[in-house]
Design a protein around this ligand. Structure first.
Ligand code: ADP
Ligand code: MG
Length: 211
């Protein structure tokens, strides 16, 4: 299984499309436990990202992902801009000048992204954030891959775990970010960032299923 730089561009385009389509839903989730801007923030960022893609169309995967990261940091704002920006930057740094990625590379990129979010956000699992969907998703992907499953079915398991992690944020008490200001009132609502992370994971699966 080889993912080319072109597939990575398609993945980013799919993320931008799904964020645009789900913008109001993400913002609605953020209105319950935040300031009603998550969908708007991410849509602004990924719309700008789309304008940068033609300039990196013939570049290596590291350059593409780093361009996405710096664009998100400078355009998204809020907590999620620096966090997703760092995720894409770290994934890009991990991929360097590769033009093709194998299974191990994709896993390494995702792990680097998660580490980036955790170090930038000083957050751990169970705090009702995007980490609660990204973390279990990567665990399930790695476990299925280590058990010898083909990449598509391993990635499907990862996306399923990501979705379960997203839903598991509902009963959680937020202890990081804006939602933590609500204390007990944050309980009973799905985390917007865990939801956008799941949408990105679904977009990745969609691209891999077309390979
Ligand atoms: P803001 O909260 O600044 O308005 P957004 O609404 O765009 O920013 O993003 C909110 C999302 O960011 C939350 O739903 C949560 O998933 C994520 N988030 C906030 N703080 C952290 C953190 N310290 N670590 C990881 N994720 C976080
Ligand atoms: Mg917000």
């Amino acid at each position: 299984m080889h993912i080319t730089a072109e597939h990575v561009i398609t993945f980013i385009e799919q993320v931008a499309a799904t964020i645009k389509a789900q913008r109001d839903y993400l913002t609605q989730l953020d209105s319950a436990i935040g300031d009603a801007d998550h969908g708007v923030n991410l849509d602004r960022g990924f719309t700008t990202v789309l304008t940068k893609l033609p300039g990196v169309a013939d570049k290596d995967v590291g350059t593409i992902l780093k361009t996405v990261g710096t664009t998100l940091v400078s355009t998204v704002g809020g907590a999620s801009g620096p966090l997703y920006g760092t995720a894409f930057l770290r994934a890009g740094m991990a991929m360097g000048d590769r033009f093709e990625l194998g299974t191990a590379d994709v896993i390494a990129a995702l792990e680097a992204a998660l580490e980036g979010v955790q170090s930038r956000g000083k957050s751990a699992r169970g705090e009702k954030t995007m980490i609660d969907s990204i973390g279990p998703g990567i665990d399930a992907l790695k476990e299925a891959n280590a058990a010898g499953e083909d990449f598509i079915s391993a990635l499907r398991k990862g996306v399923d775990a990501c979705e379960a992690g997203m839903r598991a944020t509902r009963p959680m008490l937020a202890t990081k970010g804006r939602a933590s200001y609500l204390g007990d009132r944050s309980v009973g609502h799905q985390d917007p960032g865990a939801t956008s992370a799941f949408l990105m994971a679904q977009a990745m699966l969609g691209v891999v299923e077309q390979l």
